[in-house]
Design a protein around this ligand. Sequence first.
Ligand code: SDX
Length: 434
Amino acid sequence: MAVKKNETGTAQIEINGTKYDLPIYKPSIGPEVVDISKLYAQANVFTYDPGFTSTANCSSTITYVDGENGILLYRGYKIDELVENTDFLEVSYLLLNGELPNKKEKEEFDNAVTYHSMLHEQMTRFYQGFRRDAHPMAITCGVIGALSAFYHDSTDISDAHQRMVATRRLIAKMPTIAAMAYKYTLGQPFVYPRNDLDYASNFMHMCFSVPPEEYKVNEILSSALDKVFILHADHEQNASTSTVRLAGSSGANPFACIAAGVASLWGPAHGGANEAALNMLDEIQTPDNITKFIKKAKDSSDPFRLMGFGHRVYKSYDPRAKIMQKTCHEVLDALGLKDDPLLKVAMELEKIALEDPYFVEKKLYPNVDFYSGIILRALGFPKDMFTVLFALARTVGWISQWNEMIEDSEQRIGRPRQLYMGNASKEFIKIEDR
Ligand code: SDX
């Protein structure tokens, strides 16, 4: 159903001497929007906005990001309150359904996810097709897409029940798929999910347990991982979510759409930044080298960017980075690693960058990816698994946004236009005459 819009007036635009009135809609919070959807039909002009810096591509009730004030809300709840008082599956229920579950609803949802966590046994053969040194994101992207080859009974997007089954299967199977990708690169046997473990503990068990010995989950570490999942669960219309929406607008099945989201997230400017940020900290190595890297980051002729800094929307501190920093200290203290040299470099880098006029003027603050890599490394994950964990957590955000789009009567196939600057006409010359 289309969200009822609250028209509060019109914006007038004059084009070639003709005036056009465009409706303005008022949101529940945040910037108003000017509806330009009829402009091309009325004035035969397109609007131009590479990277969609000023464009709302949908109306949504799921997540709100206040970039100026560093606020993140999931269905109206502040991210820090959710991290402190819920777990990832409770947040998943909230993102999917719009309300926090009561005890009975939570138990039913937890069971549904727990009892969908196994993968069709034949899917394990896909992994054998990859080289052992394949990047786990390449494996994850391939296997997620392949789900549509196995779960035909939940690919009809017009059937609400099938959408619900596909939704639960994706949330339930993502940890199993991700853990198998990790085990495969190690050359270790796959570990099946266990129904007696919570979501984050089950994932750690599937990643770190080995047949010769009993794996004991460290509650402090699995609780920290659960918080990391909550912080990554959704973030309104970012690049990968917009990719999922655009793929879904053509009617593609949910597994194909989520595979498209995984592919988009992989880029170092987006979800790949956590792996890139840790690589950068590894390269800096000691606080003495920080100045050299800050200089490179400020040099416009140098493509180097300070990974884990800056954000398209947050022009103040990313609220997730603040919570991530706190969780980072908890994890390192629990592991007796509070003198971790990389943490020292990260904190010194943050201090210097936040005082440097270049970063202050451009409002470049640490983002969600700056501290997450240090936590994930301390939890035992290799760098090339960091973006896989981001994708694991973001799956619930993607599928929530996908469901919202499918149910929105206003949505149709996405089809942006362009400012064409190519040749207006060329005379064809046969190859023998060229
Ligand atoms: C995520 O959108 C989301 O919500 C994403 C995400 C989510 O949850 O889905 O929050 C997750 O992707 C977080 C961002 C992770 N990426 C990184 O940490 C990579 C490093 N950051 C940059 O690549 C950059 O900040 C972006 C891509 C995040 C944002 O880019 P924008 O909004 O297009 O900004 P820009 O590239 O136009 O930069 C504005 C200026 C430029 O200088 P000028 O051309 O104006 O002189 O700031 C500079 C940039 O050179 N700049 C940086 C910088 N980021 C921007 N300079 C040095 N280091 C950086 N990190």
